[in-house]
Design a binder for this molecule. Structure first.
Ligand SMILES: [Zn+2]
Length: 111
């Protein structure tokens, strides 16, 4: 018998829910956290204590030179227990309520 797992609809299209289940309160799929605000794609450069440091680049236009410069941002994101995130993974992170002093993002899933 296949057990039906309760997974929330997090309101983002094109993202598959994780295969594992967790009882993490700060999980967007199985917990109480809701995604709202910014969503970024980035690469994980550090994982420690359930927190991933995600880096992504964006282009900033400079009108004087009519060219773009690359700007790099790093964001700390909470990793739910149902996801197995390693350094080098491409992940999708979404903004949530403040989860701790410096964490306002949560890892949604790998890309
Ligand atoms: Zn979960």
């Amino acid at each position: 018998m296949v057990q039906k797992v309760h997974v929330k609809d997090i309101g983002i299209e094109g993202v598959n829910p994780p295969e594992n289940v967790c009882n993490d309160k700060k999980c967007p799929w199985h917990g109480e956290v809701r995604i709202r605000g910014f969503i970024f794609k980035g690469e994980v450069i550090r994982v420690k204590h359930g927190v991933a440091l995600v880096r992504f680049t964006r282009y900033h236009y400079i009108p004087k030179y009519e060219r773009y410069e690359i700007r790099v941002s790093k964001i700390k994101a909470h990793v739910p227990k149902c996801l197995n995130i390693n350094v080098g993974d491409k992940v999708l992170i979404g903004e949530t309520r403040p989860l701790s002093k410096t964490i306002r993002f949560v890892v949604i899933n790998k890309i």
